[in-house]
Design a protein around this ligand. Structure first.
Ligand code: PCA
Length: 213
């Protein structure tokens, strides 16, 4: 199966982004049975969604898994939904800080992701790693790229499994906070994402899963 895996560049004053590091680590040793394409997205209101969509157009993946950092979360967070809202709590890397705007004017209020979220959760937990289903990817870039991805896939009639996983901070990021925030090692994050990819690449995963499954 041809899978597109994406992460984000660092943002918000951090030198690293766990999602970028996980993508680079998995790209070095892709899982068997998966033709992996990767992209690192800019944390930029305009170019972030554009780089993701051009990777979809170029690689024609059969599934898309996007990763991002959610500093402060204590578990691997499998997102279930993306909402039609831009309400940046900080500026992006290009200085945009938009409030209370739709991503797609007149677009649906929200899209469910089309990944087998419950199966991914169960598989990660079965490996002894902390994971959760999440009902909000926030209102910053991670939510935005997920919404734009799901919207364009739907508009272009390309219904394929696509969704988003938020990763906790790395220990070196957590150590710089006072008080420290929850963190997970790169090895743990990489293991969890490899499990998610395995679930996505299972034969039944060609189906579109409503997020309730
Ligand atoms: N996390 C941010 C954007 C980039 C990233 O890694 C977010 O949660 O929206």
């Amino acid at each position: 199966m041809n899978v597109l895996l994406t992460g984000f560049e660092p943002f918000g004053g951090s030198q690293v982004n766990p999602s970028e590091q996980v993508v680079r680590a998995i790209a070095e040793r892709p899982p068997g049975g998966i033709r992996l394409e990767t992209a690192i997205l800019p944390v930029d209101q305009e170019t972030g969604p554009a780089v993701l969509w051009s990777a979809v157009e170029r690689h024609r993946p059969e599934a898309v898994l996007c990763l991002g950092e959610a500093a402060g979360r204590a578990a691997i967070s499998i997102e279930r939904v993306a909402i039609n809202l831009l309400d940046y709590r900080i500026a992006d890397n290009a200085g945009h800080q938009v409030s209370d705007q739709p991503i797609v004017p007149g677009g649906p209020a929200a899209y469910f992701v089309t990944l087998p979220v419950r199966a991914i959760l169960t598989a990660i937990q079965a490996a002894g790693l902390p994971a959760e289903l999440s009902l909000s990817a926030g209102a910053f870039l991670c939510n935005q790229v997920t919404y734009v991805l799901l919207h364009r896939l739907q508009e272009s009639g390309r219904l394929l499994p696509a969704g988003f996983i938020h990763l906790p901070a790395l220990p070196e990021q957590a150590a710089r906070r006072s008080p420290p925030i929850p963190s997970m090692s790169l090895e743990t994050l990489e293991s969890a994402v490899r499990i998610a990819l395995q679930v996505i690449a299972q034969p039944s995963a060609g189906k579109i899963f409503p997020s309730a499954r």
